[in-house]
Design a protein around this ligand. Sequence first.
Ligand code: ZN
Ligand code: ZN
Length: 360
Amino acid sequence: VTSPASVHAARRDRLRDLIGSESGVDALVVTHLPNVRYLTGFSGSNGVLVVARDAGDDRIGTDGRYVDQLAGEAPGLRAVIDRATLAATLDAGPHGRLGVEASLTLGEAEELRSRGLEPVLLTGLVERLRSVKDAGELALLVEACRVTAEAMDALAGEIRVGATEVRLARRLEQLFGELGAEDRAFDTIVAGGPHSAIPHHQPGSRPLETGDLLVIDAGARMGGYHADMTRTFVVGRPPAPWQAEIHAAVEEAQARATEAYLPAARVRDIDAIARAVVAAHGYGEAFTHGLGHGVGLEIHEAPIVGTSSTGTIVPDMAITVEPGVYLPGRGGVRIEDTLVVADAGPRVLTQASRGLREVG
Ligand code: ZN
Ligand code: ZN
């Protein structure tokens, strides 16, 4: 992300306010790398950020491999360069009660204690900030989703009976790159025939057969921001009645849930809307996962949308809506879009037909 340094400084200031209202810690030690990136712009694979009560005490630690990258991505932020990154960053102060994230390892917690510092677990502070996107983040999500939908459409035109899941997955990722994405957002799921009943199937060598359901769940990544989209196809002939039936159930659930992503809606209620539609079609037991999740610098982030979720929807959250029905041994259907919450109604970013398209 090429956000100006002031954007990241403002994010740290918002976090500082949250830290101030929590449990009297003297600083938060940020070790979860997507959080480090969100708060500084630094995208290296080793980074420790300390956000202190006084902005003048903020510092970021990394090692010698990232000196130039850090200077370019996080200009103006005090840097500690040391192979023993956590220790050196801690020694640079401030000291006392330090908030830590859930991603801190037991070994790192011992590192704190051995220095007389008291780790206090503060979960989800940065994640709470990250759940609501700013204009720069939304622009990257829009772009990642546009590329994803375009690539998915192009791939659909190339699908043939006999193609393996792995070949289709790699081809889709190649299309992401050709359309300008920096990478795939996660391991592409291509699941044909009975495999389509496995929600997170890992693509294998099975060739597509006539009459298969085919679930493709994939996303492109742009500037660190992740798209997420699923479409279900039928291979080589019109759908069998059972295939059309489960697809209709999922499509209706997806449409009803999408409309429900409105500011102030309870997250759990939206999950319940989708689940009720699927159940009314007689497939309640076959919808075996949550309805959706936030997307951003991570593919799965706050808010998580499921039966036991708490919290409400807020404008500018970026979330997926992805009901599914899975019939073991036979096949499954999932339809997923990434949307942005707005007062005027959800803005769906992965625009493409949701019908059960015949391919091959
Ligand atoms: Zn997905
Ligand atoms: Zn998803």
